[in-house]
Write a protein that binds this ligand. Sequence first.
Ligand code: AMP
Length: 303
Amino acid sequence: MADLLVVGSVALDSVETPFGKVREALGGSATYFSYSASFFTQVRLVATVGEDFPESHLRLLENRGVDIGGLQTSKGRTFRWTGEYGYDLNEAKTLDTQLNVFADFRPVLGDGLGRVPYLFLANIDPELQLDVLRQMKERPRLVALDTMNFWIQGKRDALRRVLAEVDVLTINDGEARQLASEPNLIRAARAISAMGPRTVIVKRGEYGALLMTEGTLFFVPAFPLDSVYDPTGAGDTFAGGFMGYLAAQDRIDAVAMRRAIVYGSVMASFTVEDFSLKRLTRLTPAEIAERYTAFHDLIRVEP
Ligand code: AMP
């Protein structure tokens, strides 16, 4: 079992879906990722929050065994994101992004963090992602990255620089098209792979996830659910299951990647069943194992 380092956002999210809303609930790419990955391996979190960040949220991560030694409290307000979804839950509409303490955050990798073998650069300013990658004392065995439209539009050059150095990119379908300037998803994935990442994982919300490694394709559907309340964090939770499984196994071969995609989909399928991290905080390892089996039953053709 290997350790897993993540840098990304820790946030207070205000979200409205057709099924309800929350104000200033716990969110952030690194939060969902760490919570999800903590079911598989030791996670070390690097991020910042403001002085207004509730202690209880920190306890939640600590209680899952997440190492929050690299989570700095800075002067100012915590990162805030406001978004909404219509009946099509696949696309979030961002209403407001307040970087707050992330605007001048400089991550510092203390305490042996520079030698952690699995690294996830969760959705955050690509310059911060690059900064963390530069501080690694040893090249990690696997570096994966996630991003979104906000950074594709706002920091394309920095994003291209960090993309050139990572092994895996996880990205939404719409954002893959935007990044590659290419409407066809397969061609978009291929074009993105040419920018650096050997493996591109395109997240397609309720339509599943597509993995492309050097031209080879693998696809898993999303788990069919009859109660989806809030898709926020599904992508990061997916990445947490994916990277958490690989780090736990300490394997990055093709079979491990395929299993990891299924674990990612399993974890994401829980997140969307409630707002914020609520469903994840009730989750048990037995439920993860059960849904992993159910997933196999769903896609198996031969008895
Ligand atoms: P997803 O897994 O793609 O649904 O990501 C949802 C999380 O991304 C939310 O909890 C937000 O706090 C976070 N988020 C939204 N916009 C940004 C941004 N520009 N940078 C970093 N994190 C963000």
